[in-house]
Design a protein around this ligand. Structure first.
Ligand SMILES: Cc1cc2nc3c(=O)[nH]c(=O)nc-3n(C[C@H](O)[C@H](O)[C@H](O)COP(=O)(O)OP(=O)(O)OC[C@H]3O[C@@H](n4cnc5c(N)ncnc54)[C@H](O)[C@@H]3O)c2cc1C
Length: 312
């Protein structure tokens, strides 16, 4: 028996979250096969086959998997799951949509956002917005697991020589239909894999100020842009920039929090960052308790100065 890892990919290649989830999947101790479900996804399957430690790649190339609809993918995985002890995926937005369906269809519990594999049936996962770590032992014969990628190192993208095997699509249960999508295009690194992130909070006051103050600093640093929920809810920043308990969980080398108070729900998404820099005009702001470097200053003065000091 073995573990099936569902790949996060863009058809042409594999996303970093897959490499990280692979490290967790490998820790279960069994062979790891990777499922690449998409349309025109041969490139992604070939990249997955090169991942160190992958035994086999299952490529399901079909129009049913072209638009990330959860229902057809869940049906496919349930069909394939007969051959596996565990189904693993990174805890990305896509798989937060898919994995609970798979668990329900298999009639097992989902073990969500594991941060450590203690044993093949025992895992650590954060609860209460990361304020406590729970050890979970699952008696289910089949495990359905999502992986908090920020806590696992990425498996090497080279060195593997897995075989690529084509699998038939499971058909479309027609429970949902793709209508359209608006994809935010950005040259900036994706938040969950960015090495540096500059985030703005409610103190930014407007979308224009994000563009004027946060984005130029991020671009100088080659950073991704994040935001607090307060900034997102106020419409200053798009939804997919949100960092925190109900946003993305990130752990970059450097996290710069600008005008963010440091509520526990925000900290839950960024406190594992290697170096945290906070700029806040309130010296008692809780963000300073987790910051490695703190600057008590008005962001509207400090951020342009910092951006300027970084040069071209
Ligand atoms: C169930 C639940 C889930 C949640 N999930 C999330 C989540 O995923 N992510 C998240 O971020 N929040 C989340 N929240 C909300 C969270 O509790 C806070 O409300 C939010 O993080 C506050 O955002 P903020 O720090 O930008 O705003 P505020 O708390 O209003 O802080 C603004 C900060 O800016 C500073 N400031 C103001 N003006 C300036 C200036 N000119 N220069 C410098 N500093 C200045 C202030 O001193 C203050 O510290 C959640 C809440 C709940 C209940």
């Amino acid at each position: 028996m073995a573990t099936l890892l569902i790949a996060e990919h863009d058809n042409a290649g594999i996303k970093d979250a897959t490499n990280k989830a692979l490290t967790a999947a490998a820790a279960l101790g069994a062979d790891v096969d990777v499922l690449v479900a998409g349309q025109g996804a041969k490139g992604a399957a070939e990249a997955a086959a090169k991942l160190a430690g992958v035994k086999k790649v299952l490529l399901a190339d079909d129009a049913a998997y072209a638009h990330d609809l959860a229902e057809p993918l869940a049906d496919l995985v349930v069909k394939l799951a007969a051959n596996y002890d565990a189904v693993v995926a990174p805890a990305t937005s896509r798989f937060k949509n898919v994995m609970p369906r798979i668990a329900a269809l298999l009639d097992v519990m989902q073990v969500s956002e594991i941060i450590k594999v203690v044993a093949p049936d025992t895992f650590e996962r954060p609860i209460y917005a990361g304020n406590a770590i729970q050890t979970v032992k699952s008696k289910d014969a089949k495990k359905v697991i999502t992986v908090r990628t920020s806590t696992f190192a990425a498996a090497a993208g080279e060195g593997g020589s897995g075989a690529v095997e084509t699998v038939a699509a499971a058909g479309d249960p027609a429970l949902s239909t793709f209508v359209g999508e608006e994809v935010a295009k950005s040259d900036r690194p994706e938040l969950t894999s960015a090495k540096i992130i500059v985030s703005g909070g409610r103190a930014m006051q407007s979308r224009e100020n994000f563009a004027k103050y946060i984005e130029p600093l991020a671009d100088k640093l080659g950073a991704g842009v994040g935001a607090s929920r307060a900034a997102v809810d106020a419409g200053y920043a798009p939804n997919d920039w949100q960092v925190g308990q109900t946003g993305k969980v990130v752990a970059p080398e450097l996290y710069v929090a600008v005008g963010i108070s440091g509520a526990i729900q925000h900290l839950a998404g960024m406190k594992d960052s290697k170096v945290i820099v906070a700029i806040n005009k309130d010296e008692d702001a809780p963000i300073f308790q987790v910051a490695d470097y703190g600057l008590v200053a008005d962001l509207y003065q400090a951020v342009p100065e910092l951006t300027e000091a970084l040069g071209k």
